[in-house]
Design a protein around this ligand. Structure first.
Ligand SMILES: [Zn+2]
Length: 702
């Protein structure tokens, strides 16, 4: 659609437009530029401009059109609403159009918003006007319709008038109640508005899993959430861990079809009602603000704390709290007049990819790392970013010298979104992924089903140093006062050539090293001596056996008296252990059939390292007459006599297994104060034994 030269021209034009005040004569340029960026965003799925910059341009156009209505052209981007309709899901009309929110970026915008509301509602400057401030989730919009207390339909936002029906998908989401007691409030039919999101932690995990499986990574939680809503297999939506927050009742009628929205009085009361009915909402005490200045402060607080929040948010929403005033304000064709989004500063930035370095991990995996021109991104300076693996570089066609868009989303770790092809001068150099190990020159190999290329040479120096560093780390043998730099120094001096050497160091030599006083040598020695008596599950984990993690190490440690017994173990013996799969079995079995590894372990033992099972390796014994043997249990509500963790541990000691959801698999639900939807669900099932905290305590102490 656009040729190269035109693309470059538009990128340049855009930069100018962003910098100067748009005048009347710039209108055509603005419209054309926005059309171009819309095309990049919606058609090509590869925006050149950050969302923040796009919104800024869009707003300039809106302002200009307000000033000069005679200029407005039919194909101005302001004249249509974006749509994500796809033919795979049937389109349904919303009961009330799903409008988007007007945007604001600073205190002045909010003051202007306040002024408009007062004007429309005939309130003078001093009249009280409460605002409700809530986080603006960055996910996929959703509308839920309930009729006669039953979930009737769920739909995406679509073009605002019509959305895609995805009831089957929504029904799989635990945060969407299938039934809610609206009739208690005289409501017969209701349409709710909300946002489907993925918690940052969950997002991070999904990408980790996808990386392991060699699948393309999601750029941000929003993409993972919107994609998750529209999975063809509804169960896949659930697996993705979508959560739905509800923030508005957009339509409510009684059995006679009478509008009863005004009965709700305030937005705060609406949210409280939704919460009571079992919906997930954002409700904090300080959310009602006495005036627009307090609302601005609340917005700024949200922006300051956004990283601490469990979900990705790209702004805050300021709403007139009174439903009567909301109704009075009404809406324009595009936006409700009583609400405005306060957008946060972008977490995207542009920078130059200067070079690529390669790091070798403890199991030999080669990770490419991009060195970029240092750039500020959401409060930190970013200069290097992981490129994950060779496929990632290939998919994104990254080249040295490229201008790249980077983002911090869903996690503190920066991520390369893409390179800007239209900014290329022709001097960019494609990234040649190495075929040999940069440390030992061995030819790299790749296991099937894995994305990473690995150095197959077990004695590779870079790999060995990483194994050493992991061995002494907190997760493994937990040797304090060693540190990365000492590992390298000791290796270079030839003092450590296998893991056992750590336990046979010549402390006299070390004390002669520069920077080592007698105190630090003493500290190091005592930390190493202490590590010698570690339980064997730590030792197993410290060996950096591919695929063997902490959990599997513990499971194996439970089954053996001495580590060297594993010499004679067959693969089936590993897979016989519950939760250990064939891949772990194969890798551990191969490790212990190698005489070289056995020799190192034998040396360790001769230096005093414990290889015998300890009390800490044994599974916790459950008494044969324990009261909850074979039962599954779940705690809900706030417990008064103990923390949730203690309660779960107590239940486990009594023979029960803790599970996390109410289903037909649940035997006992222990109910604390203010128990909510879980209690209702258990009651509805009728098969779950429901007991109070007191009854639980009596039972386990009996
Ligand atoms: Zn190597």
């Amino acid at each position: 659609m656009y040729d190269k030269a035109t693309e470059i021209e538009f990128v340049k034009k855009t930069q100018t437009l962003l910098k100067k005040n748009t005048l009347k004569e710039d209108y055509d340029n603005l419209v054309q530029s926005l059309q171009y960026h819309e095309w990049k965003y919606y058609v090509q799925n590869s925006p050149v401009l950050s969302d923040f910059d796009f919104d800024t341009l869009f707003k300039k156009l809106e302002h200009l059109e307000l000033q000069y209505p005679e200029l407005v052209v039919a194909d101005s981007p302001t004249q249509r609403v974006s749509s994500d309709l796809s033919p795979d899901f049937p389109a349904v009309a919303h009961l009330n159009p799903m409008l988007s929110l007007a945007n604001s970026y600073n205190g002045d915008d909010l003051q202007e918003f306040d002024k408009q509301i007062r004007k429309i509602c005939l309130l003078d400057d001093q009249a009280p006007l409460d605002y409700f401030v809530e986080p603006k989730y960055d996910g996929g919009s959703i509308a839920l319709v309930y009729e006669n207390d039953q979930l009737l339909r769920a739909a995406t936002r679509g073009n605002g008038a019509k959305g895609e029906e995805m009831t089957a998908n929504a029904k799989t989401l635990p945060t969407v109640p299938l039934k809610a007691n609206f009739s208690k409030y005289g409501i017969y039919k209701v349409e709710l508005r909300g946002e489907a999101v993925i918690a940052k932690k969950r997002f991070h995990k999904i990408n980790e899993e996808r990386e392991k499986e060699g699948l393309a990574l999601f750029a941000n939680p929003r993409n993972a959430a919107t994609g998750g809503l529209r999975m063809k297999d509804a169960n896949e939506s659930r697996k993705r861990g979508l959560e739905v927050f509800i923030f508005q009742i957009a339509y409510a009628v009684d059995a006679q079809g009478q509008n009863i929205l005004p009965n709700l009085e305030s937005h705060k009361k609406t949210i409280e009602l939704l919460q009571e009915l079992g919906f997930k909402v954002s409700l904090k005490k300080e959310q009602v603000c006495k005036n627009i200045n307090a609302a601005l402060k609340a917005c700024n607080d949200w922006e300051r704390d956004r990283e601490k929040f469990d979900y990705e948010i790209d702004g805050a929403v300021v709403k007139v709290d009174s439903i009567a005033l909301q109704t009075k304000s009404g809406s324009t064709q595009h936006h409700p007049r009583w609400a405005i989004a306060f957008k946060f500063k972008a977490k995207q930035a542009h920078t130059q990819l200067e070079e690529v370095e390669y790091q070798i991990g403890k199991t030999g995996a080669l990770t490419p790392v991009a060195k970029v021109t240092p750039v500020q991104l959401a409060g930190v300076t970013v200069s290097s970013i992981s490129l994950h693996n060779a496929d990632f570089i290939k998919q994104k066609d990254l080249r040295v010298g490229d201008t790249v868009v980077i983002e911090r989303a869903g996690d503190v770790i920066p991520y390369v979104v893409k390179s800007l092809e239209e900014m290329r001068s022709g001097k960019e150099v494609p990234i040649d992924f190495p075929t040999t190990c940069p440390s030992c020159s061995s030819t790299l190999a790749k296991e099937k089903d894995e994305a990473a290329w690995r150095c197959p040479n077990y004695d590779c120096k870079a790999q060995f140093l990483q194994r050493l560093i992991y061995h002494i780390s907190k997760d493994a043998m937990n040797i304090d006062g060693f540190g990365k730099s000492n590992v390298e120094t000791f290796y270079d001096k030839g003092w450590i050539s296998d893991l056992s050497d750590i336990y046979n160091l010549d402390y006299d030599c070390i004390s002669n090293l520069e920077g080592f006083g007698s105190r630090s040598v003493e500290k190091l020695k005592s930390a190493i001596d202490k590590a010698k008596s570690n339980p064997i599950h730590r030792l197993l984990n410290s060996l950096s056996i591919h695929h063997l993690g902490r959990k599997a190490s513990k499971l194996i440690a439970q089954e053996i008296n001495h580590v060297l017994e594993l010499k004679n173990w067959k693969e089936e013996q590993y897979t016989d252990i519950k939760d250990i799969g064939p891949v772990v079995a194969q890798n551990v079995s191969a490790y212990f059939s190698d005489d070289k590894h056995i020799a190192v372990l034998e040396k360790m033992e001769s230096y005093g390292v414990n290889l015998q099972q300890t009390e800490l390796d044994k599974p916790k014994q459950v008494r044969a007459d324990a009261p909850l043997i074979g039962k599954t249990i779940l705690f809900t509500g706030s417990l008064q006599t103990m923390s949730r963790k203690v309660a779960q541990a107590t239940a486990e000691e009594a023979g029960a297994k803790n599970i996390s959801a109410v289903s037909s698999k649940l035997d006992i639900l222990v109910v604390g104060e203010k128990a909510g939807s879980k209690l209702k669900k258990a009651q509805a099932l009728g098969t779950v034994e429901i007991m109070t905290e007191e009854a639980f305590n009596q039972l386990v102490n009996s």
